[in-house]
Design a protein around this ligand. Structure first.
Ligand SMILES: NC(=O)c1ccc[n+]([C@@H]2O[C@H](COP(=O)([O-])OP(=O)(O)OC[C@H]3O[C@@H](n4cnc5c(N)ncnc54)[C@H](OP(=O)(O)O)[C@@H]3O)[C@@H](O)[C@H]2O)c1
Length: 235
């Protein structure tokens, strides 16, 4: 029953995470939302609890996770979603940019899972859902950083699934193609204008409900979701 679930959603203030959060709240679940700036999305719902954190900062992240695990013993689901895109030819990135990008978009997901998994194993139930990307399936021009993080997340998700199924933990990965969100605000491309050129964030909100409604004895391991017609608009 979704109503009985308490779900930690990272990147709940915008885009895909915001749609996932709304979808869960409207289904009666309790949601703990994590982001840097909650002023972008601040619903007055008593089943929504917000924590400010920063996935680019290890110390802040570890403090937030410790607080949440201590304050929410009934937490039974993680949606690991927060992230951003950075695209360009590899030689245009400094070593610091590479490290910072991989920290936020891969390492922070691993750290969060590392801290939450023991709790889920102890209560012997739960879901962990990662938001990957079509870039987790195939690399491409200008996508070396992004694909490296998302391929890594895919391998991580598959390994954690194998490691934790005996403790009744269900691990899933969603690989969307282009989703119409603020993700593209700082990039030089975006999906085409037509509705069929991008996934809507709410499409992913619905998938989360499907994953959490699946019979306990089975698991949705991976979902690839694409716009009907892939059109990229370069700015
Ligand atoms: N849009 C797409 O086409 C697409 C396709 C495939 C996969 N994805 C993946 O989906 C995920 C969400 O992307 P989106 O499209 O929803 O982007 P978005 O609209 O820009 O939302 C990103 C979310 O992540 C949070 N976030 C980013 N950096 C953070 C940090 N350092 N600390 C804390 N929170 C941070 C943001 O919150 P604050 O800014 O408030 O901190 C925001 O809530 C990402 O992992 C992305 O790679 C996106």
């Amino acid at each position: 029953m979704i109503k009985e679930r308490k779900v930690l959603v990272t990147g709940s203030s915008d885009g895909i995470g915001r749609s996932i959060t709304l979808s869960l709240l409207n289904s009666g679940a309790k949601v703990i939302g994590l982001a840097r700036d909650h002023s972008k999305f601040n619903p007055e719902m008593k089943n929504y609890i917000k924590y400010k954190t920063d996935f680019s900062n290890e110390e802040i992240l570890l403090n937030t996770i410790a607080k949440i695990i201590n304050e929410h013993r009934d937490l039974d689901c993680l949606v690991s979603n927060a992230g951003f895109g950075k695209f360009g030819t590899l030689e245009t990135f400094s070593t610091k940019e590479i490290n910072d990008f991989i920290f936020t978009n891969l390492t922070s997901h691993m750290i969060l899972t590392n801290k939450i998994l023991p709790h889920l194993k102890k209560i012997r139930k739960g879901n962990i859902i990662f938001i990957g990307s079509e870039s987790a399936l195939k690399g491409g021009k200008n996508g070396s950083l992004y694909s490296a993080a998302k391929f890594g997340l895919r391998g991580f998700s598959q390994s954690i699934r194998e490691e934790s199924c005996s403790k009744n933990i269900h691990v899933s990965l969603i690989n969307p193609g282009m989703v119409r969100t603020s993700f593209f605000n700082n990039l030089d491309f975006m999906p085409g204008e037509d509705k069929s050129n991008a996934i809507e964030p709410d499409d992913i909100g619905k998938i989360i409900i499907d994953i959490l409604s699946t019979r306990n004895g089975s698991v949705i391991e991976e979902i690839n979701l694409s716009p009907l017609k892939k059109v990229i608009k370069f700015l």
